[in-house]
Design a binder for this molecule. Structure first.
Ligand code: TRP
Length: 338
């Protein structure tokens, strides 16, 4: 079966490992919000089981899961339009992951570049969960028969693995049960880079807090970080080609365009010829206007964690209406006595 034979359904996940930043918002969450307006069912997940593949302090994990939920909701993910869950409350994810551990081959898993990057030199000390991470991710997606998965470029290989697992399962058991999920990879335009180095992705693991805008930063902090962002001494070009060898300039223009839902060309038509001394205050003003309502709403939601927990419990209930029958059918196909 091709994905078009299945109900169009979007699934995506983010790890609740703390410090939600502008890169997560513009690169992922904003797109999640817009997809819920399209003709898809949308399921968005805080992947807490994935987070613990590396050590997480329990209190911090709990806080970060709720904060990510607050970030999703404050950014416009509506619990009325989307199913919003944390992974561990929908046990079928982990149950299907076990089946997929038995489908995926060691050779496939050993080729996963994210494992190699994350495990680093001392792969012997990495958790078995970190090695199995992509099989759980495949289960996240396929336990919903999701047809479309919006992710960053770095997750492409995991989505190929998801298709390989679905193909092998369908082939081994002689069924047409799991769809071949389509990745929806975002373009480079929405990749947000560090404010200190235009060649590096904006990341929570960068030791310099000035390199990123956190979704919890207040207006003054946002403005200060933009004022101090690295640039070059030239004026802004009036066409996109003029940004080619200017990674820092390109990043700031990209951020402006993404925040304002404009193309880079449209932004440059307005600001071409400006010096950074003029452009940065404009960008700061825009960033504060767009982000401070979100951070204020996050703070409001975080003041009432019980309400967040109720939303997640309700999401889990809705999710399980989808995942329980798919897991049941999977067990039946595999030959488990029920
Ligand atoms: N691995 C993804 C990341 O690090 C997070 C994730 C887990 C995910 N399960 C998923 C993304 C399923 C999309 C679909 O970004």
């Amino acid at each position: 079966m091709s994905p078009s034979d299945f109900t169009p359904r979007v699934f995506s996940g983010i790890q609740p490992s703390g410090d939600l930043h502008l890169g997560n918002y513009l690169g992922a969450i904003k797109r999640f919000v817009s997809m819920q307006e399209d003709a898809y069912e949308t399921v968005y997940c805080m992947v807490d089981l994935h987070a613990i593949t590396v050590w997480q302090d329990p209190a911090a994990l709990r806080h970060n899961t709720r904060e990510l939920a607050a970030g999703f909701i404050a950014s416009g993910i509506s619990p009325e339009k989307s199913i919003l869950i944390n992974q561990s409350q929908v046990p079928e994810h982990a149950q299907l992951a076990w089946i997929f551990n038995c489908v995926a081959r060691m050779g496939w898993m050993k080729r996963m570049t994210q494992f190699k990057d994350k495990a680093g030199k001392n792969a012997e000390a990495a958790s078995l969960g970190l090695f199995g991470y992509p099989a759980l991710m495949a289960a996240d997606i396929l336990v919903y028969h999701a047809t479309h998965v919006p992710v960053g470029d770095d997750q492409k290989q995991h989505l190929e693995l998801t298709r390989d697992i679905a193909t092998k399962f369908n082939h081994d058991y002689g069924v047409d049960f799991f769809p071949l999920t389509e990745p929806v990879i975002k373009g480079a335009a929405t990749r947000v880079m560090s404010l200190r180095d235009g060649a590096k992705k904006m990341s929570k693991s960068d030791p310099s807090d000035a390199s990123r805008i956190n979704m919890t930063d207040d207006a003054d902090t946002i403005a200060k970080k933009i004022r101090k962002a690295k640039t070059d001494p030239h004026a802004l070009p009036s066409e996109a080609a003029g940004l080619e060898d200017r990674p820092e300039a390109r990043n700031l223009v990209n951020i402006y365009a993404a925040l304002n839902d404009q193309t880079v060309e449209a932004v440059l038509a307005e600001v071409g010829g400006q010096q950074f001394g003029t452009f940065k205050p404009l960008l700061a003003e825009l960033a504060v206007a767009k982000l401070s309502p979100i951070s204020q709403e996050m703070a409001r939601l975080m003041a009432d964690p019980a309400e967040i927990d109720r939303i997640l419990a309700r999401g889990a209930g809705q999710a399980r209406e989808i995942t329980v029958p798919i897991l049941e059918k999977t067990y039946e196909i595999v030959g488990m006595v029920r």
